[in-house]
Design a protein around this ligand. Structure first.
Ligand code: PDD
Length: 295
């Protein structure tokens, strides 16, 4: 059976089999969710937008006042070594850094002598089947119960986990998070809507993760002259949108065709992926095959 995690993994300066990679139960990632992560897609063994992912990792570390245990060059070397050792051409690389393990439990930061924990592994990139894409997926809306630094990619993901689980229990792929009447993003994705031919994207604020895929979509819209507005999206606008999409490094662009049990869109396209989503997906594939596969 093909494993989900390739050997070796990276842990604190060493490459070793997953079965031998041990972390202290006093690790603050385990005790407090005191850590950060990144997920980098790899196409044809080339990490996509690795500089941007490492920049976001640094911004998150700065946001939680943690020093980066590795330089950009050292992270790149780790990522390239994991890619090389893994059996797949298309992969996802997961990186995690926590504030390490002290010899006691104390909320405040441990002394500077406590080293951080750095962990990384490669797994196969799981893409959406053509069958699922042709139909789109269902989503629910839920109140956004997260803290107010959603721009930081931290491992304390309990609110996201509960929201996604609620979606799964209702046979849905994603939960869209509503805060103060505004739709911010999905439990693990950014959300775009289309209205009257205009693509609408919520702005990057402290209440949304600045997605790397989100940036690619804004760039593709600009390149192809697609009308685009970046502004807040109300819950009412979400419900009357012509199209709704979710985007992420692993989902790419995926149409949400049913929202809270109601078909998205009107007329002939109601409940089906819309024309602009299909077009953006194609632009994204073209971009992937020309640019991403070249690194
Ligand atoms: N999640 N918003 C949230 C809350 C996310 O967790 C993610 C990604 C995104 C999209 O970001 P990007 O385009 O950089 O993948 C938006 C990753 C895939 C995860 O948690 O596994």
């Amino acid at each position: 059976m093909t494993p989900y995690v390739a050997d070796p993994v990276y842990l604190n300066g060493r490459f070793l089999p997953l079965a031998e990679a041990g972390i202290s139960p006093l690790d603050r990632g385990f005790l407090y969710g005191d850590g950060v992560y990144e997920l980098i897609p790899v196409y044809s063994r080339r990490p996509f937008r690795i500089d941007e992912h490492l920049k976001r990792l640094q911004a998150t570390l700065d946001g939680i006042k943690m020093a980066n245990p590795l330089s950009v060059e050292a992270w790149k070397a780790v990522v390239l070594k994991l890619i090389e050792a893994a059996p797949w051409d298309d992969q996802s690389i997961y990186l995690q850094v926590t504030r390490g393990a002290d010899d006691k439990r104390d909320h405040a930061f441990p002394p500077a002598s406590v080293p951080p924990t750095a962990f990384a592994f490669a797994s196969p990139l799981v893409t959406t089947s053509a069958e699922v894409r042709a139909k789109g997926v269902s989503a629910i809306t839920v109140p956004d119960l997260r803290w107010s630094r959603c721009d930081l990619k931290v491992v304390s993901l309990l609110a996201n986990v509960l929201a996604r689980q609620q979606a799964v229990e209702q046979g849905c792929a994603e939960a869209l998070l509503i805060r103060d009447g505004l739709m911010k993003e999905g439990a693990a994705s950014n959300i775009f809507i289309v209205k009257d031919g205009v693509l609408i994207a919520p702005p990057k604020t402290h209440l949304m993760l600045p997605g790397i895929t989100y940036d690619v979509i804004l760039e593709l819209a600009a390149t192809h002259g697609q009308p685009l507005v970046v502004r807040e999206i109300t819950e009412a606008e979400l419900r009357s949108a012509d199209e709704v999409w979710m985007t992420s490094s692993t989902k790419e662009i995926l149409a949400i065709t049913t929202l809270d049990g109601q078909p998205v869109g009107n007329g002939a396209n109601a409940g089906l992926p819309g024309p602009l989503g299909n077009q953006m997906w194609q632009w994204y594939q073209d971009f992937k095959n020309t640019v991403m596969r070249k690194g």
